[in-house]
Design a protein around this ligand. Structure first.
Ligand SMILES: *[C@@H]1O[C@H](CO)[C@@H](O)[C@H](O)[C@H]1NC(C)=O
Ligand SMILES: *[C@@H]1O[C@H](CO)[C@@H](O)[C@H](O)[C@H]1NC(C)=O
Ligand SMILES: *[C@@H]1O[C@H](CO)[C@@H](O)[C@H](O)[C@H]1NC(C)=O
Ligand SMILES: *[C@@H]1O[C@H](CO)[C@@H](O)[C@H](O)[C@H]1NC(C)=O
Ligand SMILES: *[C@@H]1O[C@H](CO)[C@@H](O)[C@H](O)[C@H]1NC(C)=O
Length: 629
């Protein structure tokens, strides 16, 4: 985003007229200012802070510099109100590397900068002092502690006090014993680029011990170490910290949990949990499971993202279907329907064909259907029709029956022994529409419950309405075991919690995740040395180490090849012998057929016994007719 208007003069009337005045010869110190602005800083956008008490020669020099400059610049009056000024400025101007900030001053500029908003945090800040007294105290001042690259240029007499004063360049190294160091004196040839001018102040942390606001209950990222003494952690974050600690030379001290036992959210006007500790400046940064959100980025400095994860929903696998259903499972309902329709059609055609023969081959529907069914059940056919065309028809029917019955028997063995599961819920939409009464979550101050309830998405909102908050995991898992609840928790943690802590073996994670987001570390707002960690995190991500550690640490809990085993468990079981339960379906069929047979038999007996005469009487005339024709 480019600034809409880069030339933004905040100069007052007298201020402008002062610049135009001209007097005196430029001294060597002012020549250095010209050298810096036209040398390493040429072409860079700049914010120039000018002290109203500068002397006329300085104004003259500055005026000349501005006239010759190519890049955009913003002028700021150090005598104005810093709070008022910073309020109206775009973020690109106040923060980051888009502009180089240059302060030219005679009197102490601190009052202005103490008033600016928290958003003010340039990456490059240059103090150019025209005062005769040393201003080195500025380099260690808390007001400028968040600036990544800091430089002070002031008059010094380097060799002996009698000689011509040169412009000394100083910077501070906060992690070193002799904190303020002279980098050199200005020389037009010695500092060709901006990076030469602004040296890296945090090359090493010199064994500094950082205080981390953490919670050691965050599988697989950060948890209490099983092998090391109390207070030590283990997990993905520890691996990352250790790897960086070796390169950057720092130590760290973890916190077991936040004093208020919360995770970290903005509540009632203040930050709670681990983020609260960092915000109150009790701790330097936090490395737990925190995703990047706009609200947090406003109040903290976020590192680059190192991993992506969302909230996972876990629930029990639905119970397998009853085993007797294995009998009809080889075919889908539509195949069964097609088979029935085909049979009825063939039966009708066969009966019609039979009726058209001079001498009926089978004689009526009553004997046609058992004849057709024989082939279906792999029984031989006692005799074939005499007419060639009818033989052809029966022949194709036999082929059809052969294929269908082979397919059925081949599948049957498999379906009898493997448990058949109904379709699982896999997405938020399916869960929202399912008859699951509740979803539950352990309420430790995450943003998810609030976000779900106020979601625009109808399915997320439906979940929010079903949400049941518990004050412990136990209650939540109990609900899950009773198949009334689905449990929401950050994906990896959820997995480990269920399989390791609660040993719920027959559960699964929905494949869709809620709020998938980028994880990062949160530092105090305006942390000058954060970029060192950004650099380290990027290296770890790009080398694939973070991904590797997430896998390794998860497997520490779940065992190797967990995912594969989980998948296998659903599709394939150990070889099983057929039990009575598996064959239940066959016996059902047998019983039903016998019942049907019994019914038909009873009906026939009744027909032959009681109304025999009536039937005979009814039949006679028709029999006579047929004989006549
Ligand atoms: C200004 O910038 C343009 C493009 O970057 C360059 O061609 C030109 O020479 C510059 N002029 C001066 C005076 O530096
Ligand atoms: C600074 O020193 C110069 C000579 O080195 C002197 O002329 C000038 O008056 C001094 N200014 C102040 C404010 O002390
Ligand atoms: C580091 O943490 C331990 C507790 O784990 C604490 O006793 C110790 O004082 C901490 N060190 C510092 C320097 O704060
Ligand atoms: C926030 O305020 C509400 C109402 O005043 C109160 O019920 C709640 O406990 C407060 N939360 C925190 C974390 O202080
Ligand atoms: C780290 O935090 C401690 C407070 O726990 C603070 O005293 C110290 O200055 C911080 N260190 C840095 C480098 O900011």
């Amino acid at each position: 985003m480019l600034l809409p208007c880069l030339l933004l003069s905040l100069v007052t009337g007298s201020f402008t007229s002062r610049i135009i005045q001209s007097a005196g010869d430029p001294d060597s110190h002012l020549e250095s200012l010209r050298g810096i602005v036209e040398g390493p800083l040429a072409g860079w956008n700049a914010v120039l802070y000018l002290d109203p008490s500068l002397e006329p020669p300085v104004w003259e020099c500055v005026r000349g510099l501005l006239a010759g400059r190519n890049a955009s610049h913003v002028l700021v009056d150090l005598g104005s109100d810093g709070a008022l000024w910073s309020e109206g400025q775009p973020v690109d101007l106040l923060r980051g590397a888009f502009m180089v900030h240059v302060v030219v001053f005679q009197d102490d500029p601190r009052p202005f900068f103490e008033a600016v908003s928290l958003q003010w945090n340039p990456q490059y800040l240059l103090f150019f002092s025209v005062s005769n007294e040393t201003k080195k105290a500025l380099l260690l001042d808390d007001t400028f502690k968040g600036v990544e690259r800091l430089l002070l240029v002031e008059k010094t007499s380097l060799k002996d006090p009698g000689s011509e004063p040169t412009s000394g360049m100083f910077t501070s190294f906060p992690f070193e014993a002799r904190k303020i160091k002279l980098i050199g004196s200005w020389d037009d040839a010695a500092f060709p680029s901006r990076e030469d001018l602004f040296v890296d102040r945090f090359e090493s942390f010199r064994g500094y011990e950082f205080q981390l606001g953490t919670s050691l209950d965050d599988y697989p990222y950060l948890y209490k170490s099983k092998t090391k003494p109390k207070g030590y952690g283990d997990g993905v974050e520890v691996e990352m910290l250790d790897a960086m600690a070796r390169v950057l030379d720092f130590k760290y001290n973890l916190t077991a949990e936040a004093p208020d036992r919360k995770w970290g959210a903005f509540e009632n006007g203040s930050w709670t949990g681990m983020l609260g500790m960092v915000h109150r400046k009790e701790k330097n940064f936090t490395v737990n499971y925190f995703s990047i959100t706009g609200e947090r980025v406003d109040a903290f400095d976020a590192s680059v993202s190192y991993w992506m994860e969302g909230f996972g929903m876990s629930m029990l696998s639905p119970p397998p279907l009853p085993k007797w259903r294995g009998v009809y499972y080889p075919f889908t309902p539509s195949v069964w329907l097609a088979l029935t329709v085909t049979f009825v059609l063939v039966l009708i055609i066969m009966s019609v064909q039979d009726n058209m023969q001079p001498v009926p081959f089978l004689g009526g529907v009553g004997s046609t259907w058992p004849y057709l069914l024989r082939a279906m059940f792999n029984n031989s056919i006692p005799r074939l029709p005499k007419a060639q065309w009818q033989r052809l028809f029966v022949g194709t029917w036999l082929l059809y029956c052969f294929i269908v019955s082979s397919a059925f028997t081949a599948n049957l063995v498999a379906f009898l022994t493997i448990p058949i599961f109904p379709e699982r819920i896999q997405t938020v939409k399916e869960l929202a529409k399912s008859d699951y009464r509740w979803v539950c979550m352990f309420d430790y101050g995450e943003f998810v419950p609030g976000a779900l309830r106020s979601s625009q998405d109808p399915h997320y909102k439906a979940l929010g309405e079903k949400l049941d908050l518990f004050s412990a995991y136990g209650a939540c898992v109990k609900g899950m075991r009773e198949r009334t609840h689905a449990n929401i928790e950050s994906y990896s943690y959820n997995l480990i919690l269920l399989f390791v802590d609660y040993k719920v073996k027959n559960s699964y994670m929905l494949s869709e995740q809620l709020y998938p987001s980028y994880l990062c570390w949160y530092f105090q707002k305006n942390t000058a040395w954060k970029y060192k960690f950004n650099h380290g995190l990027r290296r770890l991500v790009e080398s694939g180490l973070v991904e590797y550690w997430v896998k390794i640490k998860t497997e520490d809990f779940l065992g190797r090849g967990f995912e594969r085993r989980q998948q296998l468990q659903d599709t394939e079981r150990d070889i099983q012998a057929l039990s009575l339960e598996h064959l239940q379906g066959v016996f059902f069929l047998l019983a039903m057929s016998w019942a049907a047979g019994g019914l038909v038999f009873a009906a026939e007996v009744l027909r032959h016994r009681c109304p025999m005469r009536v039937t005979i009487a009814l039949r006679r005339p028709s029999a006579g007719n047929s004989e006549n024709t």
